[in-house]
Design a protein around this ligand. Structure first.
Ligand code: SF4
Length: 290
């Protein structure tokens, strides 16, 4: 099998240092909504300046370079064992070159591995075999601060008056945004999964964050809920970095999974403004990045 470690390394560099255009545009639009001289506008100006410097100098967009989460869609015949080895090697090289901060610590001793590797879950790599001859790899770097404010609700939730319907979903998601204020580095993006079990629901709430901010949801009910939640979250007045203002979230992405009749989970993955996700497409020896 061909060695594409260097392509994986470039994927990691891009994800860590070059914010995707749709996120930067969304942050710029948020800045234009804030009053001149306000703390919110100042926070967004600093964020955007930082994004520019990171891109120019190939330095991390944020000091927390997050958990690397890979999704590998591979054609028949590729070895997942070798792909894993190449990805891990690229992650270790990216750490040496300081695109990534050493972020992987032993859960019990707290000892840092120094190279962003550790067991089977750091980095996290999901594999799925696909038709055709194109290898597609998505990478997200998920910051720790925003991960800490993720939440899962089991409906009905009597304390919040949230039943097993989309009104109940709205109530618990807004509760999660409210609780995240001052943490998680707003403006964020909400990844929401309705249904599934506890594990699949949380996983899907992260997977939905691989989509572009402005991409329309193919389900009209969920599309409407996405728009409404973004508007309502922005009425909370939390604002960029919690300084107050118009933009608490840049967008909302929702997916749904079949569930057991006995369960109704709503999982919220909060992604900070450092919404680092990149894609690599490898076909016929040629590589492209998005
Ligand atoms: S939550 Fe995001 S922006 Fe905030 S410190 Fe972590 S990675 Fe950086």
């Amino acid at each position: 099998m061909v060695d594409i470690t260097e392509h994986f390394l470039e994927l990691v560099r891009l994800a860590a240092t070059d914010l995707p255009p749709d996120v930067e545009i969304s942050l710029t639009q948020a800045l234009e909504r804030e009053k001149t001289g306000s703390a919110a506008r100042g926070a967004l100006e600093t964020i955007l300046k930082n994004v520019e410097i990171a891109r120019r100098d190939s330095t991390p967009i944020c000091q927390d370079t997050g958990t690397p989460i890979f999704y590998v869609y591979y054609p028949e015949g590729w070895s997942t064992r070798r792909l894993r080895a190449q990805i891990e090697s690229a992650v270790a090289k990216a750490t040496q070159r300081t695109y990534l901060r050493p972020n992987s610590v032993d859960p019990l001793s707290g000892k840092n591995s120094g190279d962003n590797l550790g067991g089977n879950y750091f980095p996290t790599i999901h594999f799925e075999e696909v038709e055709g001859d194109t290898l597609t790899v998505d990478l997200m770097l998920k910051g720790g601060g925003c991960e800490n404010v993720g939440a899962q609700y089991s409906l009905p939730n009597t304390a919040l008056g949230a039943g097993r319907d989309l009104t109940g979903v709205r109530k618990v998601v807004l509760d999660a945004v409210h609780k995240a204020q001052g943490k998680g580095c707003a403006p964020g993006i909400l990844g929401i999964a309705i249904g599934g079990d506890r594990g699949s629901s949380y996983l899907a709430s992260k997977e939905v964050l691989f989509g572009k901010i402005a991409e329309d949801n193919s389900d009209p009910q969920l599309a409407e809920l996405e728009t409404r939640l973004t508007e309502e979250a922005n009425q909370l007045g939390i604002g960029p970095m919690g300084f107050g203002g118009q933009t608490t979230v840049l967008g909302t992405k929702i997916t749904s999974l079949n569930r057991l009749p006995a369960s109704y989970f709503v999982s919220v993955s909060y992604m900070c403004w450092a919404y680092r996700r990149r894609r690599m497409i490898f076909k016929d020896g040629e590589v492209q990045y998005e």
